[in-house]
Design a protein around this ligand. Structure first.
Ligand code: PMP
Length: 314
């Protein structure tokens, strides 16, 4: 149970972190957010936050897209997050949700000249997608928001109505997740995750100008694939029918982690199980985020002092 939130400049009991129904962001979707995972390492009795600075840098970029001005740096937001997690004293995997929002209580559609606020809370967290080992995916009848509508490279609250329509359609049609096309008919991403496929042994993903979120996990996967698996990674437009012919495909993101795609539009990919490249990347990713790959420990920020602080409860 979440007990605390950072709200209006201080860490407070979660019950006190309340906004009004008149709040601008609640009315108009003029908020932006992040999603960061904390991974529990039982052997080390340590909680590792994965790439918090990179997440907060993107958070501040999303803020800039909405002309928001915040009095915090990425470093300061990371420090607040660590303090919050220490207070919660999570002893298991968790998820941190920072939200920025236009806080004025007034009627009037705009982004300029409004008060900006940040709130941060955390929850215990397991899987986001149950079918991580082999998701059944369908192409959405919705299109991804375009850069000239709501920039998808930022994590802007209003654009998640697009994601929600995409996800619900997929689930109600019997799929686990959806793939979404851009307006010009190329593959963008999933409802809340980036997309990779393997063709002719190379790892291929849509470029950042394909109306995708500039994913931290996407960047992580590209680096791990090149450095550790010696794979060729290509960022280029992907046709829908190419996905049907892929040897392997997977989604990646903070929530979904690395989730294999078993089929797309009822067409089985590869042998229908998790392919060797997806398996290798997924295993490596899980070792990295749990602090079992020293080469990438700079991506991890430990929450607790090196001497574990033993407290009652959790
Ligand atoms: N695309 C969308 C639309 C998302 O919501 C997410 C989740 N944040 C991602 C991709 C993956 O991004 P990241 O790896 O930074 O979590």
């Amino acid at each position: 149970m979440t007990r605390y939130a950072f709200f209006e400049g201080a860490i407070r009991p979660i019950e006190e972190a309340r906004i009004s129904v008149m709040t601008h962001a609640f009315n108009y979707g003029t908020g932006w957010f992040g999603g960061i995972r904390g991974y529990w390492n039982d052997a080390q009795q340590q909680l590792f936050v994965f790439r918090p600075l990179d997440h907060y840098r993107r958070f501040l970029n999303s803020a800039r897209l909405l002309m928001a001005e915040l009095p915090y740096s990425a470093e300061e937001l990371t420090t607040i997050t660590l303090e919050l997690l220490r207070l919660e004293n999570w002893r298991g995997d968790c998820y941190v949700r920072p939200v920025g929002y236009k806080a004025d209580e007034l009627i009037g559609v705009r982004v300029h000249g409004l008060r900006d606020e940040v709130t941060i809370f955390s929850v215990p967290f397991g899987r986001y997608l149950q079918a991580e080992e082999g998701a059944r995916v369908g192409f959405s009848s919705w299109r991804r928001v375009d850069d000239n509508m709501i920039p998808a490279r930022g994590k802007i609250s209003g654009s998640y109505a697009n994601s929600a329509l995409i996800k619900s359609e997929a689930v109600l049609n019997g799929f686990d997740e959806a793939l979404v096309l851009t307006h010009d008919g190329h593959v963008a991403e999933g409802s809340a995750e980036n997309f990779f496929m393997v063709r002719h042994g190379a790892l291929i993903t849509p470029p950042v100008h394909s109306n995708v979120l500039e994913g931290i996990t996407r960047r992580t996967v590209i680096q791990l694939a090149e450095e550790q698996l010696g794979l060729r990674v290509v960022e280029r437009d992907i046709d829908r029918s190419e996905v049907y012919l892929a040897e392997e495909a997977f989604f990646c993101g903070t929530g979904v982690q690395i989730a294999a795609i078993a089929s797309v539009d009822h067409r089985t990919l590869g042998n229908g199980g998790m392919g060797p490249i997806t398996t290798a990347l997924r295993d490596l990713y899980f070792r990295v985020v749990r602090g079992e790959e020293p080469k990438y420990s700079h991506w991890l920020t430990p929450v607790y002092a090196s001497e574990p602080v033993l407290t009652a409860g959790r």
